[in-house]
Design a protein around this ligand. Sequence first.
Ligand code: CMC
Length: 445
Amino acid sequence: MADENLQSNKVAVLTIPGHDPIELPILKGTEGPEVIDVRALGSHGYFTYDPGFVSTASCKSKITFIDGAKGILLHRGYPIDQLATQTDYLQVCYLLLNGDLPNQEQYDSFSKRVKYHTMVHEQINSLFKAFRRDSHPMAIMCGIAGALSAFYHDNLDIYDPEHRYLTAIRLIAKIPTLAAMSYKYSVGQPFIFPKNNLSYAGNFLHMMFATPCEEYQVNPVIEKALDRIFILHADHEQNASTSSVRLAGSSGANPYACIAAGLASLWGPAHGGANEACLRMLERIGTVERIPEFIAKAKDKNDSFRLMGFGHRVYKNYDPRARVMEQTCHEVLNELNIKNHPIFDVAVELERIARSDDYFIERNLYPNVDFYSGIILNAIGIPTNMFTVIFALARTVGWISHWIEMNEAEDSRIGRPRQIYVGTPTRDVIAMANRKPCDTPNNEF
Ligand code: CMC
């Protein structure tokens, strides 16, 4: 039952009263702690209980490694700060998909291939028209991503490696186009075609801010900052949205449907929706004088308010992405000559106060990637309701890389968690005339 390649020659012994000891192999990956392989438990009539999968590995993966205690994030072994400062987003896409950074020739051919696929089917324009003008762009993205399978069904054999790779390229190429279209639609402007002589980030900025009447000059500092934001969001191991993509894909579902599942999961404020929620929170706080009031709310167990952009399931140290993001934030504000940015001032002071407060120290709550990203996006003119779309755009490569890895894995099985049933024990149906009124009628809300 144990995985040959991961065997550590150690076993854990589980002692259950009235049962012979159960030996569970201990596995070891290339990095990270040892892992107890509980797969054999089922044959002994037991399974484990782990809400939120805090202690459960759902798969093996070669893509990303996080050491939350030390604040380390590696993609295919490379530290995130080196990738953010020494490569660009398309190199990171290549890395996540192929296992190593490209040389110049591989990079040129990969970029060319991605650029070739940036346009979307003309009929997709009509799909946009079915949405209300004031729709949240993430609502549009969830719908449109799923609809892509209706347009690109010619290459949807999930067992064919070429089809899988082509789908990955199409998604990386088309998601920025669709993201910009969702913005243009909401402001009533015509869609702008992709411009393939621009960089990946430059093209996105152009599709967002150009109009047919006016040329848009891409500012290289903003272009670089956006590219860095894309890199910092490209992948993050088995987070909620990536796990959603894998779970949807484990049934053999088509990749566009799986990406739609990822988008839906990402949208929540505890995950990718945090960047939008964080900026709205900073705006609501408004001035540094009001920070203590909000710190008190965040600490109050009877108040549902949380400091957005703070805390992380895995990082119990500074999120390494947040460090790069803070630095980028300084660069962008300098370039744009924004001397007094009230929201930035609130963010810096909020971080200072929270990091010296026992509540946050004891719980290892540090700023995460979303704490500063919203300020950068705001400064470069991206509307707040597009923040999570930008996260989704960047994360698409992570989702599809995991989807491919899962489809390549020999031990991949349909995802099917167990549960502890806490409902009514077995009982018999009685005739309606003899039934007492149901005392938990949800349908009366
Ligand atoms: N503000 C105030 N208290 C917090 C916060 C926060 N942002 N985050 C966690 N806590 C407290 C929480 O109340 C709990 O306290 P206690 O032990 O007294 O009950 C303790 O810290 C542990 O929290 P948890 O909810 O058990 O931790 P989790 O691992 O389930 O949740 C989290 C992680 C990211 C959902 C949570 O920290 C949070 O809601 N943060 C704000 C939203 C946010 O910024 N999300 C973006 C995450 S990074 C981007 C991404 O990858 O999606």
